[in-house]
Design a binder for this molecule. Structure first.
Ligand code: HEC
Length: 152
């Protein structure tokens, strides 16, 4: 009698335990929603934290417009890095939420990136003339985009 009782108890406890394990392992609805949200975001791309106007202003004033004078002064180590930096800014600009699905926008950012990488290579070779040529090539991509996408 005592044995039958404890056998029943053990069975009941084991069953309760199994049910709890199954229930707790089932993903909650909230977790499912989160997963869907994450998937949607990563498909959409990177989210810029700064507005484009701030990125453009600092990139131009502090970096881009100063490159010709630096080339004259022979500051090629700086320019080599700044070319790479500009290429990365082009990468980021391509991700702008408003335009990242616009093929023309993405394509001009790609051209900007390529020209900026060549600018860096020219600086690596300490070739001032090539730096100036690539600076102009980058500037052309700035203008291409502004003509099409900037209000003023
Ligand atoms: C892919 C498009 C694109 C490219 C390439 C681009 N820009 Fe812009 N730029 C914009 C847009 C759009 C704005 C307007 C942003 C706003 O006001 O919200 C802007 C604004 C600016 C501004 C004004 C910022 C302010 O004070 O509001 C400057 C300066 C600027 N860009 C410089 C440059 C330079 C220099 C380059 C190239 C090295 C460049 N841009 C390349 C799209 C681009």
């Amino acid at each position: 009698m005592r044995n039958r009782f404890s056998f029943g108890m053990i069975t009941a406890i084991t069953l309760t335990f199994l049910v709890l394990v199954v229930v707790s392992n089932r993903p909650s609805e909230a977790a499912e929603d989160n997963k869907a949200e994450t998937k949607k975001d990563s498909a959409a791309g990177y989210n810029l934290v700064a507005p484009l106007s701030a990125i453009m202003e600092v990139m131009d004033n502090s970096i881009f417009s100063k490159i010709p004078d630096k080339a004259k002064a022979g500051k090629f180590k700086d320019i080599k890095r700044e070319g790479l930096f500009l290429a990365e800014i082009a990468n980021l600009t391509a991700q702008d939420k408003e335009y990242r699905n616009n093929k023309e926008w993405v394509s001009v950012c790609e051209k900007w990136k390529e020209a900026a990488l060549k600018l860096s290579e020219a600086a690596d070779k300490k070739d001032a003339a090539a730096v100036m040529t690539q600076h102009a090539a980058v500037e052309k991509t700035c203008e291409m985009c502004h003509e099409k996408f900037r209000d003023n």
